[in-house]
Design a protein around this ligand. Structure first.
Ligand code: NAD
Length: 357
């Protein structure tokens, strides 16, 4: 039996998690589902966004299904107690270093994309973002009085960009391995023309790529990648990049598909244990109204079945069921075009259940 930690969180988190749980149960697999509070909900109950019992459950589980965290009402809290810290804590304690964000444009939703339908029809990109290095975590960082540069004596702030060879090697292996199950093309995105960190990145990815002669590797500067994503997005198969460029490019790619409400994500450790969550946040503006699209979370269940639980057939059943409901015309408000009727979060979950059966 596999153990799954269900961490619903805040805002629309509990609503979308309820639908994903319905789907998980309907699959009738040998799974033990255990719930725990996280984010603002956990702060309200226990005074911390990631209480020890929640962390212990996540560590003991084979996989974590996560809803979303955050609400404006916690903005006054000191940074360490804010809901979003729960995600950073889980990433750190679970050793999650590879963030997989597919951007798939479903045939039926091409009209919801901000790009012309012919540019996005059939789009299927996998963005793999490294999660532990780069300018988000490098030391030193801080503020001080400048002693050189253009304005000596003025206040300045600084962050440090860094990557180590083993960090780049392991994320590169994730990318090349993923590409083998797809179109066998990897685009490594860097800024090697300006940054020493990304010259090392490019060198190491090239070396690792030599171990995968069946996969084509190309390198692209991040500014060009941002442009190509809107100019000719279907040229990409697997994109691998660092924490900051991945943060930005994966949000850009998500909009090509029509709605952030459709996009799942996975964050994996070295043994394919993972945390699975929709790419969107807690959407406090629509929380409690039954407006949230649960499909990103339901598709996160499919990723969990495939990557952490070794159940690719069940994953495929879930993905096929989502395709079916879209083909049948079921739409939540975020993916409904003008004139189309939108259904509630739970009606969408029920439609997926019906399609599964
Ligand atoms: P958001 O993703 O929550 O919402 C952005 C917009 O998309 C909103 O208009 C929202 O209504 C809509 N939206 C999001 N998910 C949707 C869904 N499933 N169905 C339909 N519409 C959906 O981003 P935000 O508004 O910038 O942030 C809100 C809160 O979420 C903040 O506290 C932020 O810190 C947090 N956040 C959490 C995560 C996470 O838990 N991993 C990620 C991003 C943001």
């Amino acid at each position: 039996m596999k153990r799954i930690a269900l961490l619903a969180g805040d805002g629309i988190g509990p609503e979308i998690m309820a639908e994903a749980t319905k789907v998980l149960r309907a699959l009738d697999l040998d799974l033990q589902l255990e719930e725990a509070p996280v984010g603002g909900a956990a702060y309200d109950l226990h005074g911390h966004p990631l209480p020890p019992a929640t962390l212990a459950l996540a560590q003991a589980a084979d996989a974590v299904l996560f809803g979303a965290v955050g609400d404006w009402k916690y903005d006054q809290l000191e940074r360490a107690l804010r809901p979003e810290q729960a995600i950073l804590g889980l990433r750190k304690h679970l050793g999650l270093f590879a963030n997989l964000r597919p951007a798939i444009c479903y045939e039926q939703l091409t009209a919801a994309s901000s790009l012309k339908p012919e540019l996005v029809a059939g789009l299927d990109i996998l963005i793999i973002r490294e999660l532990t290095g780069d300018i988000y975590f490098g030391q030193p960082r801080g503020r001080r009085t400048a002693t050189d540069g253009h304005f000596p004596g003025a206040e300045e702030a600084f962050d440090t960009m860094r990557y180590s060879r083993p960090e780049i090697e392991r994320i590169a292996h994730v990318a090349f391995t993923a590409a083998r199950g797809r179109q066998r093309r990897v685009t490594s995105v860097d800024k090697a023309n300006v940054l020493e960190t990304f010259q090392l990145w490019k060198d190491v990815v090239t070396e690792v790529g030599a171990q995968y002669p069946d996969v084509t590797l190309d390198h692209m500067y991040v500014d060009n990648a941002a442009m190509q994503l809107v100019k000719e997005p279907k040229r990409f198969d697997v994109v691998v990049t660092g924490t900051m460029f991945g943060d930005i490019l994966s949000d850009e790619a998500s909009m090509l598909t029509g709605s952030i409400g459709m996009l799942p994500s996975a964050s994996l450790d070295a043994n394919n244990k993972g945390l699975y969550e929709p790419s969107h946040g807690s959407a406090p503006d629509i929380a409690g109204k039954g407006l949230a699209n649960p499909l990103a979370t339901i598709l996160s269940v499919a990723m969990m079945l495939r990557h952490s639980l070794g159940m690719p057939d069940a994953a495929k059943r879930v993905e096929d069921a989502v395709q079916t409901v879209l083909a049948q015309g079921w739409r939540t408000a975020d993916i409904a075009l003008p004139g189309e009727t939108a259904v509630s979060t739970s009606a969408m979950g029920d439609a997926v259940l019906a399609a599964l059966r």
